[in-house]
Every structure is written in structure tokens, then in C-alpha cells.
Design a protein. Structure first.
Length: 408
């Protein structure tokens, strides 16, 4: 008997020094891009434009053999949510971030293939796979009904644990050609492609036994509209992994199930599409950790791809729900935000600071201050209010300044 690779519920193993060394050894020796998102951007709305820049040289096209593989990751480590990108050409990825998420901070980091996890901790992991064939879409920005909130509001909150916990949400994606909607030889010749499936949903369902009739509903019509809308849209073969680490097994397993449950925010009520967690068995967890380090797509045999098409394919707008940079609307202070806008100085409508002294003292007054002091109707200043500071040396400037510094 072959060992099982998945279980119905999360399981965990203790991280030994040998397994830790194997995991870090499998990590690709290439830089990651750490991104600190700026709160005042378009957030998920900019996601489709951002991901469109990654859809180059798709697999299955005439340019096959040189298809890039990308990874987008969210780490919860050291009490913070951190965002990372992996791209064959880091400069291109950084340019896309700057173009669509301005003022977000980007930095290439090396030697940080995975977060630091100590031996003796317990790790658990899973893959999130589509519940049905990829022609049935998950909920996205343009679906019927569309996403009414950024999924990160829920997902990020589930990633957060104790300071001694580590969580990795990893999305590996590769562009594929538009022919993915044909769903292989069996789909093309067995009415399993996008167009045929959408048409069958429009025809309604047969209900009743003695007096059968065709029942058509808005539910089926909207599902058909979303299915046929998949045609011609850029898409990516996708692998979604979740890895958790904690001081004890129950915490690692509980965190994993909560993160897996968070993606139900993308469930489509009309197509019944969503993501199902495939929890890794104890014997398979080392392979999952190594694959996470390599940022590898889950392999699919050529025979299966030929007969049924690629298993987990998400269109650009579907993938946006999982791969984008958040903005302030997610309301999550644990995110490692960038708080500085490049090139932003003092607003133009703020008057310049001037010292109210005369030009004879070597200080040039600005026009607003000069007009104030030259105003004949200006009320005179009662200089007696400064007498306590003159008569009492302890209240002079140095003393006040020292107290102020101590209070900060």
C-alpha cells in the first residue's frame, strides 16, 4: 500500500534539525522582494492591472519552455504580517508594484527563503484546491454577485497568532494560454468545455418525475454568465499552500484550519465553486515543506493535462482575490505598512514659519508676518506676561526644553 498524502483533518509533526536543514536546502537561492504596502492605494481594485503585468509567455503557447513562475506570499512572523514576491526578474516585479501601488516600499532580500522556525516546534500544512472543475469560477470583482469586500479583511485576521507562531500563505502561479478553457481532449469532445457547460446551465434543470418540467432560475442564468465570461481571460495555473508552525501540535493544527476556512469568502453561491483544503499527512509534510521552499507548482502528469486540462486554473480576476496589496480598508494594524509617501513635503497652503523680529536683526520677515506687524489696527502685545520667565531663571528656555524632552 502507498502511504496517503492527505488527511481529512489537520495533522502535524515535530520539526527536527534534519528536516529544517532539508527545508532550507530546498529553498531557491534567489532574492525575494519584501513589500511594505502603502495604506492609501487602490488595494484590491488595482489587483487585475497589477497581475496583468505577470501574464507573459504563457505555458501552452508558441513560446513554451520559457514560462515564468511567480510566487506571492504573506508571512505572519515576529508578530507582523509581511508581504513577499518571488519573480524571475525582480526589477520587473518591483516596477509593477511601483506602478500600481505607489509609495509602497520594496526591498530585495537574500538568504530569507522561509521564516525562521526553531527545531522542536510543530508544523502543519495543506494545499487549497478548487472544489470543481476550473471552468466554474470562484467569486471575484466582476462575478454575479461580485465580491463586496476585500477577502484580506478575513484572511489576514486568520493568519495572526501568538508571537511564537509562524504562518505562511503561499500562492505560486504561472501564466497559461487561453486554450485552457477547452479542458483537454475529453472536455473538447465530450461537451466539457466552457461554452458547452455554460449553455447547459442556461437550459435549466429538469424537476419532477410524473410531470417533469424544465425549471430555469436566475441562479443558473447568473452562473452561466460567469462561466462563459471565463473565455478569453488571462489565466494562471495556481498552487496555494498554507504552512503553520507553533510550539505545540494543537496550536499549529488549529491555526491551519482557521486559515483554510478563511478562503470561504471566495465561495461562489451560484457556481458552488470554492477551495477545499487538502491537509498533508504526517508522512507527506516534509515534501510539502520542501515544495514551499522551492516555490514549486504542484506537478500534474502530462496525460492528465492532455485528457482533462489543468486542474487548478484561476483567471486574472479570480487570482486577484488572493494576490494583491491591501490598503487601509482592511483595517489591520498588524500589517507591516509603509507610512511614508515619496516626495511629499509641506503642503503649499501652509504659511512659512517666521521669527517676529525686524530685518535689522538679520532675519527677513515673510509678507504675511510683515503685514501683521505693520497693521496699524493690531492690538499691542502685553509683554508683562513674559515677566515670570525673565525674573525666574529656572523657567528659562533651557529648563523648559529639558522637561519637554523628558516628557516625550
Amino acid at each position: 500500500m502507498f502511504p496517503t498524502t492527505t488527511t481529512a483533518t489537520p495533522t502535524s509533526i515535530e520539526l527536527t534539525p534534519d528536516l529544517l536543514e532539508r527545508t532550507h536546502g530546498a529553498a531557491a537561492d534567489e532574492p525575494l522582494i519584501r513589500v511594505r504596502p502603502y495604506p492609501e492605494t487602490d488595494g484590491i481594485a488595482a489587483g487585475p492591472r497589477f497581475l496583468r503585468g505577470f501574464h507573459t509567455t504563457p505555458a501552452g503557447s508558441l513560446h513554451r519552455g520559457n514560462t515564468p513562475i511567480y510566487a506571492a506570499e504573506i508571512w505572519f512572523t515576529d508578530g507582523k504580517l509581511k508581504f513577499y514576491l518571488r519573480a524571475p526578474d525582480p526589477q520587473d516585479a518591483i516596477a509593477l508594484v511601483n506602478a500600481h501601488y505607489p509609495n509602497s516600499d520594496t526591498q530585495q532580500v537574500t538568504g530569507a527563503g522561509l521564516p525562521d522556525i526553531s527545531p522542536g516546534q510543530y508544523v502543519a500544512g495543506c494545499h487549497l484546491e478548487l472544489r470543481h472543475d476550473a471552468v466554474y469560477p470562484v467569486k471575484h470583482l466582476d462575478s454575479l454577485p461580485p465580491l463586496d469586500d476585500d477577502p484580506y479583511r478575513t484572511i489576514l485576521s486568520r493568519l495572526i497568532g501568538g508571537d511564537d507562531e509562524t504562518v505562511i500563505l503561499q500562492i505560486v502561479f504561472m501564466p497559461v494560454a487561453q486554450t485552457w478553457t477547452r479542458r483537454g481532449l475529453l472536455g473538447r469532445f465530450g461537451s466539457g468545455d466552457v461554452a458547452h457547460i455554460a449553455e447547459s446551465r442556461r437550459q435549466g434543470t429538469v424537476e419532477g418525475y410524473f410531470y417533469p418540467r424544465v425549471f430555469q432560475s436566475k441562479h443558473d442564468t447568473r452562473a452561466a454568465d460567469d462561466i462563459v465570461a471565463q473565455l478569453g481571460r488571462p489565466a494562471f495555473a495556481t498552487t496555494i499552500r498554507v504552512v503553520t508552525a507553533a510550539p505545540n501540535a494543537s496550536t499549529a493544527e488549529h491555526r491551519l484550519s482557521r486559515v483554510a476556512d478563511a478562503v470561504t469568502t471566495l465561495d461562489h453561491e451560484h457556481t458552488n465553486q470554492g477551495f477545499t483544503p487538502r491537509y498533508a499527512s504526517a508522512s507527506h509534510l516534509p515534501a510539502v515543506l520542501e515544495a514551499a521552499g522551492m516555490r514549486a507548482l504542484t506537478p500534474t502528469s502530462r496525460l492528465k493535462r492532455t485528457l482533462w486540462g489543468r486542474r487548478n486554473v484561476l483567471t486574472l480576476r479570480e487570482l486577484t482575490g488572493l494576490v494583491h496589496l491591501p490598503n487601509e480598508e482592511v483595517e489591520n494594524p498588524t500589517v507591516d505598512w509603509s507610512r511614508t509617501a515619496a516626495g511629499v513635503g509641506v503642503p503649499a497652503d501652509v504659511p512659512a514659519f517666521s521669527v517676529p523680529t525686524s530685518a535689522a536683526d538679520g532675519v527677513r520677515l515673510d509678507d504675511q508676518t510683515r503685514a501683521h506687524y505693520d497693521d496699524p489696527h493690531r492690538e499691542p502685545t502685553d509683554e508683562s506676561e513674559f515677566d515670570p520667565f525673565v525674573s525666574n531663571p529656572d523657567l528659562t528656555g533651557s529648563g523648559v526644553g529639558q522637561r519637554g524632552e523628558d516628557d516625550v
